[in-house]
Design a protein around this ligand. Sequence first.
Ligand SMILES: Cc1cc2nc3c(=O)[nH]c(=O)nc-3n(C[C@H](O)[C@H](O)[C@H](O)COP(=O)(O)O)c2cc1C
Length: 391
Amino acid sequence: MLKGKTILFGVTGSIAAYKSVDIIRRLIAEGAVVNVVMTEAACRFIPPYTFEIITGMSVYKDLFGDSFSHINLPKEADLLIIAPATANTINKFACGIADNLLTSIWLAYEGVALMAPAMNSRMYRNPIVKKSRVELSGLGVRFIGPAEGGLACGEEGIGRMAEASDVVEAAITALTPKDLAGHRILVTAGPTIEPMDPVRFISNRSSGKMGFAIARAALRRGADVTLISGPTSLRPPDGAAMVYVESADDMEKAVLKDLRKSTSLIMAAAVSDFTPSVINKSKLRKSEITTLKLKETRDILKKVSVQKGKRIFIGFAAETGKNIENAKKKLKDKKLDLIVLNDVSEKGAGFGVDTNIVTIIDKKGSAKEYSLMKKLDVANIILDGLLNLKA
Ligand SMILES: Cc1cc2nc3c(=O)[nH]c(=O)nc-3n(C[C@H](O)[C@H](O)[C@H](O)COP(=O)(O)O)c2cc1C
C-alpha cells in the first residue's frame, strides 16, 4: 500500500517512544521508506540504534550534523508522522519555534502531517496544549488519538498514544488517491441474528470481514461510508459512520433509513433468510423445542430496488459451488449493477478468513474470475467496478 512512498517519521520524548518501533516496522512492511528523526529527549527513552536496525538507515538527530537535512528531508517526504508527539513539540509546532532538527523540518515541510499525541491527561487538557492542537488542526494536521486508559505515570485517563494499526491506517489513508471523493457508500456487513427467545438465536457464519474491508478501502479512497453491521468482533474502520443492528428486520430498517443519502449500496451482509415464526418472551424449556417454526425474512435488496434511481447496487452471492447462473438470476431479480459470487466451500474463500476467491458478474452477463486474494484487494476491485459503472 505504501510502495514508493517516503515517510519522515519524528519521534519525540515520551515513554511511548518504544511503540514507534512497531509502527515503523509496519510502514516498512507496507513498502514505505522511513527516515527517522529523533529529538534529544526521544533519545533518552529509546536508543537511535533500534531505529537504525529496523530501517537499515541512519537516524537524524542533529540540526547541525548534516547541513541542510532540515530542508532536504521534508522536500523528499510524501508524509510526515510524529509519533509519539509530546506536548512540548506540539506547542513548538503551533507557534513555529525551530530550535532542533524536527521543529526546523516542520517549518520547511509543506505536505500532509499526522500526529499521535502521547502525554499525561492533565498535560493533554492543558489550555495551551489544547490551543496548539486546535491551531495545528486548522492548518490541516490530522491528529490520531490519543486514547483513554492506563497511562505510564500510573494515572488513568486520556493521553495514551493511538495503536500502531491506527497510525498505519491513517498513513495509508493519507497517501491513497481520493478517486471516490464525493461518493456516499452504504455498506452492509456481518451476519444477522434471529432470536427465538431471550437467550437463543439462529444465525450464520459470516464474520463481517468482507464488508468491513469494503468500508475500509472506500474510506481510504475518500468516500463517505456508512457501515451497517450485524454482530461481529471486528473493530470499526476509522471514519465510518457505524450502525449496529441485530436482526434482518433491523438491517432492513437501517438500510431504508440510510439509502436516501447514499449514492451506492454494497450489500455484503449475510442476512438471514429465515427467522423464528414466534419470539418467545421467556426462555423456552428444552422440552418445548422439539420443532422450530421459521418464516422467511424480507429480501432487503428486492425491497429497496424500487428506490434505486441512479444509485449503484452491488450484491453478493455466497454459494457452495460456482453457481454462475444462479448469481446471474439474483443480479437480474434484485436489479443489481454487479454481483460478487464467492464459493464459500473453497479453501481461503468465504466466512471468517482474510482472503476470498470471487467472480464478479455485471449486468451484461460478463463474468470475471479472480484468484485467491486478500479481502482488502477484493474490496478495491469491487470499488474499481463501481467507479467504472459511474464513468
Ligand atoms: C519519564 C518521563 C516521561 C515523559 N513522558 C512524556 C509524555 O508522554 N508526553 C509528553 O508530552 N512529555 C513527556 N515527558 C516530558 C518531555 O520528555 C519533555 O517535555 C521534553 O522536553 C520533550 O522534548 P521533545 O518534545 O523535544 O521531545 C516525559 C518526561 C519524563 C521524564
